[in-house]
Design a protein. Sequence first.
Length: 335
Amino acid sequence: MNTNKRMKELWIIWDRFGILIVFVLIAAVFAIIEPRVIEPSQIISVLNRSSWIAIAAIGMTFAICSGGFDLSVGSIISLSAAILARTMMHNGFGTWTAIALTVGIAAICGLINGLLITKLKIQPFVATLSTMLFFSGVVQTYTGNIGTRIETEQYEQGLSTIGRGLMVDAEGLGLSNASFSKILIVIAFYIIAIVVYRNTRFGTKVRAIGSNELSARTSGINVDNTLIGVYIMTAVTASIAAILLVSTMQSASPGAGTGFELDIITAVVLGGTALSGGKGNLIGTFIGAFLVAFSKMCLNFLSAPEAMHVIVTGAILLFALSINGIKLIMHREVN
């Protein structure tokens, strides 16, 4: 009995601080190899570069918490980036009109995912795998597989404020003209997401569906509408991620979001959101997104090949999945 109690206490501690422990260990290893990776300027750079992963991971947290999944987020990021850049450069749209159109089309993509899952009863993995391929094909057709660069005149009309605005001179911290715009945007979105998750009926319904969908239906929850809302949220946050990405790069390529779904899912799972559903951890997701970006930055410092980036991300994801699996097995044994 005492052993079971201690194990439960250890898992509670892990749920609260596990992601921080993992981050400290990884940071310590890389700092020994290359001390520059923990300089304040590099940390700020990682925070900026993790912004699009962190934003897209908000929607993914809700999707996984609901007991689902969304593999199409990378393709939606690519599509959203292409729409934003091309409507500004080729159609003459103003920045905010282009952004509104981008988010609107992404919401339609999320609606498609939601309808496939709820009305046609296709498993989330299969449904979003199919739409991932479909949206990817749409991007290539729409762009002719050619990237788009946003000229300075159009870029300065609004995107520059998002990507490079709020320049802060902080020489005392070893920084010079560091941009905090994207960091503040991410913090604002996470505050809103945490409030929605913890303090609204929508958040309660998502957790209930993820815990036991049949019980949720029995209790009167409109499961289909809630899940459609979840997948629309996932797509919209992916489009916001694309906006941050384009505002940083001042350009969009047809494959802008390729592979990001792996980074996003890794951040969510590593952050403590249960793959079985019913339990999300948005603060953990934020730290997980930073950890993924930090690891890639460290590998860049070490001039590691691109294949090593994929290997490390996969290893981190395997670690997170293994921890979840061990915890589930031990939970069953205790009960």
